[in-house]
Design a protein around this ligand. Sequence first.
Ligand code: CP
Length: 323
Amino acid sequence: MDADAPSPHWNRPHLLGLQELSADEIGTILETAAALKRRHSEGETKLDALKGVTVGNLFFEPSTRTKTSFSLAAKRLSADTVDFTAAGSSLSKGETFIDTARNIEAMGVTLMVVRHSTSGAPHLLARNLEASVLNAGDGTHEHPTQGLLDIFTIREHAGKVAGLTVVLVGDILHSRVARSDIWGLKKLGARVIVCGPATLIPPHVEQLGVDVSYELDEVLPQADCVNLLRIQAERQRSAFFPSIYEYAHFFAMNGSRVQRAKKDVLILAPGPINRGVELTPDVADGSRSVILDQVTNGLFVRMACLMLCHQARLAARAGGGGP
Ligand code: CP
């Protein structure tokens, strides 16, 4: 892979979600990330692909993994980075979201990574800025780079995605990761089962092409991968289950459930994990867990996304076109 050459299967200056991507486009990101990971392991720890470019990390919601990972990804591509956090900013003086972003853009930021509690916020910026916008999680809508790194990690460990059965467990209703996983995994030919208390399964979710189960123990033997989604207390405005104890009893991945799963089952979690709620510590730290591999892979996936969007933006400007 030539880090500086435009990709034939990628001409999008923005990465807003996996819903709008084709299987080929998802494949291009995964292949680019795999090549970057390979080069890193061969000692090429710094590339010049974004030299002279400034990446802005605009986080209007808390983050550990995504923010650090995008920041490090930008640095490994030789970009300058600037971090914006809502707390302590002039938002408190009444400045709007779009004006905030326009002012940051006016300082020369051409790649903007955005996390916001409102679904569609990155799309709003993409329509109002010249900069490329990369969605780092918008409300309950999508978290495309998390979906991509989940798929990358599954493919790395299982050797394929098509034909696998992936069970997404927990708070499907509020999970942007669930939506990105569903779009991406389905496009690449996996079977997806969503599983959780009925109150946390969105109505009509079957229309996304998934199967639904309310009994983890029933679907567990079929699972090649189990992705344990966090209970998103910050987005829940009422009680969706009687207590954490009941939730953990029926839906937590514990040692006994791992014993009853396929022997090579992969245990994923987007993090942050609530130990003892979505999964027990022995499973989180156990031999089937690929949770920290997901975090490592996120770095290469985000490098790929930054690089591809930057190249597409330059190509669109040079050609006067673009999508
Ligand atoms: N998985 C994820 O998005 O983690 P952060 O909220 O820490 O970024």
